[in-house]
Each structure stands twice: as structure tokens, then as C-alpha cells.
Design a protein. Structure first.
Length: 483
């Protein structure tokens, strides 16, 4: 009886069908397990958004592959809580999870501050839920949750656009914590200096450590590389000048830099002016005005300037940089060389510019000017340490325009002030060209396909696949009908 059952054609084909079904189900399960493991460890997800919101750029990927230190990216929330914050946090989460896909040196973890209250004790910063920490054993950088995206408002305070900048922030923090010799920039205060938040942000995003020191009460840090004096409204004392001189001397080793930025609202500053003049630099009275409208922007006092030297343009990957110098004070160089001091002129106005005196009447126009010509606007005075094998230099830069560092100019599309400023800093600090990450608008966060792609998908899912299923079904039915 058993032998008869086993030899039955229906039993044979039925058993075979069952075995095939079991094998197929098992294969599907195994395939899904393998697929999940691959997706977790390899960049195989496809981003179909128009601006590639959920992908990181090729420059970032190349930098990630060079990382040698162990790096931990900590999200201060559970992953479920973090992504429950909406599309902005979901996008940031996908970006964060991309970093360990290209190297085993980067690890991502999620820490709930409520269930792990002792975690925050290891850090000096004020940690908040949804913040992100990027760290190595040597240093860390905290990224606020609201720094993962950027909101643009119109003149009436209405939100017009939200841009994704998670990649900018994470990559900048990664560059900072993995820098073997981080460059420190010290912003001096205490003499009614002007605040330059966009400039500080530009430096921070390009892996510079920015700190603040009060010149009246504090010493300049020995490990600082740059000191910024931004349009002080009151004069320095001789003791404060001594701090600058000792900083530049660096115990006879040089290798330090001061950036002095002039402002049109400054009064006479005889002590500071004397210090600059000892380096061959004189900040002149008045501001530059442009008589040729093709060389100005919005106003005769917003001048387009030209390069006098290519000393610091090597790291600018731009064919014809556009540099705008708003309300710029003219600069005079007192000598070309004197002892171990050499002066390089870096930027100047065009020969169609004139000077508006600070005491000019309100109805002054460029036609009232007595002199027209080219005027220096950025100069670099430097001392070199000879016969030491290092040829170390200390620099004093003078910028005639504090407006070129403003939020409006540094953030202006098509204007290359930020590129030139970074090129100067990167050259002096020995940094490679920074990674440029363009913000991505959430308005493009939707699936966009061409009509050709739509037709292909229609044929596949509406015609080919259903037809294949029907044909396989007919063949199977016909074979089983004759069992």
C-alpha cells in the first residue's frame, strides 16, 4: 500500500511542489536576512529625491575614507525618538548613518539622556536632547539639534525655506576632532570690537577652533595661531600692544598671525595706528567710492576689488573670483621692505575709485572727489625668521573693509569673499582646501522621475510582471491538469 502511494504520480508531483515551495520560502527568508545585513553595513540605498537629501557628497566620502582615528558620533536620543521629530530629523538620521558605511573607524550610537543621566557628566558642554556629539579620545564637538537644518525667513518673518545642513555640520565636526594639529583663532574683545558671527561660523565649519579673549584682562593663548582685531572703537594701551608684540614674537620662533580689520566708524586710535605703522601699514581716513557702476554692487560704497597678488589664491578653485569690499577704508603701505619686514599688497580698488572723506557733507557725491585712482584694500606685512632652517614667518594683515566679513556678504551667492578669506587662513595654517557641502532644500524632498522613466515603470509593473504571472499560472494549470 505504502509503495503504491509513493509511486503515485499525484504524490510525486505534490511532494515536489511542496519541497519547491519550502525551499523558495526558505530562500526568501535568507535573502531578506542577508539584504538587511548588507543595507546596514553598505551604502546600497537609493536616494530618489531631486537634491539627494539622504546621501552624502563624494568629497565627504573621500574624507571619511582618510580618517585614521576612532570616531564616535553620539545622537542624544533613541533612534525612534530622534526620527519622530519629523522629516528634518529623519533626514539628519539617514545622513549620520551614512558615515560608518565607508569606514570602520566611525561608530554611531544613540544615548537617551533620561535613561542614562550619568552620561552628561563626562562633558563640559550643556547637553540637550536631540543634540549630536562627534568625538575622538582627544577632543569632541557638540552640534545643537537646530544646527542640523537652516531656516530662511522673508522680510516679514515668514519661513520661506528649510535647508538640510546635517552633512555640513557632521563633516565639519569630523574634520575638527580628527585634526592632528588644530588651528586656533582668537577673537579679541574689550575695546568695543565689532561682532563677526558669520566669519566665526565660517571658520568653525572649516575645522578651526575659535575662542574669545579680552585684551584688557587676559593673555593671548600660547597655542593660538591667529588673533583677530575687528574694528575696535577705543584705543589700546601700551601694555596691550606689548601682548600683541609678544604673541607675534612667539619666544623668538615667530609663526603667528594678526588680522586687523578697519571700520569706517572708528575714531583716531594713535597707539594702535603706531603699532600698524611699525609694520609699514597706515589705515587712511575716509571710505572708497566707485565711479564706474560696473565695478560696484548696490551702492557706490560697495566696491568690487581686484587682486594685486596671487599669494593666497592657490586654494581657491574659482576661475574669476568676485570680491566685494563694502565701505572700505584705503590703506597705504609705508615701505616695501625694511629690515626683516616685507609687505605684499594683496588687493586694491580699480582706477575709477575715489575717497569720500569722513567729514564730507551729506550731499557728497563721487564727482566731488579730488583724486581718482587705485587704492590698496588688503595688505600683508610679514617678518621672517632667517638662518634657523624653518624660515618661520609672523604676519600682520590689514583689511580695509569690515563689511567684507559681514553676514550678508559672506552668505551672498556668487560672491567669493568667504573663499578668499579661507584661502588665506588655510594657506598660513597648512590646511588643505576645505570640503564644500552645499545646503539642500527640503522643498525638493519628493520623488521626481522623467516621463521616460515613468513609461518604463508602467510597462514593468502594469504589463510585463502581470503577464509573466498569468503565463506561469497557465503553464502550471495545464501540467497539473494531466496528472
Amino acid at each position: 500500500m505504502l509503495k503504491k502511494i509513493l509511486n503515485n504520480r499525484r504524490f510525486k508531483y505534490g511532494s515536489m511542489a511542496t519541497i519547491v515551495t519550502v525551499i523558495f520560502i526558505a530562500a526568501v527568508v535568507v535573502f531578506n536576512i542577508v539584504a538587511i545585513l548588507i543595507v546596514d553595513r553598505l551604502p546600497v540605498k537609493v536616494d530618489l529625491t531631486s537634491e539627494k537629501l539622504f546621501d552624502i557628497g563624494s568629497d565627504t566620502i573621500e574624507y571619511i575614507k582618510t580618517v585614521e582615528d576612532e570616531v564616535t558620533i553620539t545622537v542624544l536620543a533613541t533612534e525612534d525618538d530622534f526620527t519622530s521629530g519629523g522629516i528634518y530629523f529623519q533626514q539628519a538620521n539617514e545622513i549620520i548613518k551614512k558615515y560608518p558605511l565607508y569606514t570602520d573607524k566611525i561608530n554611531v550610537r544613540y544615548v537617551d539622556l533620561i535613561s542614562s543621566p550619568d552620561f552628561a557628566k563626562k562633558y563640559t558642554q550643556d547637553l540637550r536632547e536631540y543634540d549630536v556629539i562627534v568625538e575622538t579620545k582627544e577632543r569632541n564637538k557638540l552640534i545643537g539639534s537646530t544646527d542640523l537644518f537652516e531656516i530662511t525667513y522673508d522680510d516679514y518673518g515668514n519661513m520661506t525655506e528649510v535647508s538640510a545642513i546635517a552633512e555640513q555640520e557632521i563633516t565639519s565636526a569630523l574634520m575638527f576632532v580628527t585634526d592632528k594639529n588644530p588651528t586656533t583663532v582668537t577673537m579679541l574683545t574689550g575695546r568695543n570690537e565689532q561682532s563677526l558671527p558669520a566669519f566665526e561660523t565660517l571658520l568653525s565649519k572649516n575645522a578651526y577652533n575659535v575662542e574669545t579673549k579680552n585684551i584688557l584682562t587676559e593673555q593671548i593663548s600660547a597655542d593660538s595661531d591667529f588673533v583677530i582685531i575687528a574694528g575696535p572703537e577705543s584705543d589700546y594701551t601700551q601694555n596691550e600692544i606689548k601682548k600683541l608684540e609678544e604673541f607675534l614674537d612667539n619666544n623668538g620662533e615667530f609663526g603667528k598671525n594678526i588680522v586687523y580689520i578697519a571700520s569706517p566708524t572708528q575714531p583716531d586710535l594713535p597707539v594702535l595706528d603706531s603699532f600698524l605703522e611699525s609694520w609699514g601699514i597706515k589705515i587712511e581716513d575716509g571710505i572708497l567710492a566707485e565711479t564706474d557702476t560696473s565695478k560696484s554692487y548696490m551702492s557706490v560704497f560697495y566696491n568690487i576689488h581686484q587682486f594685486s597678488s596671487d599669494n593666497y589664491t592657490d586654494k581657491m578653485d574659482i576661475n574669476e573670483p568676485l570680491i566685494i569690499m563694502p565701505v572700505c577704508r584705503p590703506i597705504t603701505t609705508l615701505f616695501k621692505e625694511k629690515g626683516i619686514i616685507t609687505i605684499d599688497k594683496l588687493m586694491k580698488s580699480y582706477d575709477t575709485s575715489v575717497i569720500r572723506p569722513s567729514d564730507a557733507d551729506e550731499d557728497w557725491t563721487p564727482s566731488d572727489a579730488k583724486t581718482m585712482g587705485e587704492f590698496d584694500s588688503i595688505v600683508d606685512s610679514w617678518k621672517i625668521l632667517l638662518n634657523t632652517g624653518t624660515n618661520a614667518k609672523s604676519h600682520v594683515f590689514a583689511f580695509g573693509s569690515i563689511g567684507m566679513f559681514s553676514d550678508a556678504i559672506l552668505g551672498m551667492s556668487g560672491v567669493n569673499n568667504s573663499d578668499y578669506i579661507l584661502s588665506i587662513f588655510n594657506t598660513l595654517s597648512g590646511k588643505e582646501e576645505g570640503i564644500k557641502v552645499i545646503p539642500k532644500s527640503f522643498s525638493g524632498a519628493k520623488l521626481e522621475i522623467t516621463s521616460e522613466q515613468a513609461n518604463v515603470m508602467t510597462w514593468i509593473f502594469v504589463v510585463i510582471l502581470p503577464a509573466a504571472v498569468i503565463i506561469v499560472g497557465i503553464i502550471t494549470w495545464a501540467r497539473r491538469r494531466h496528472l
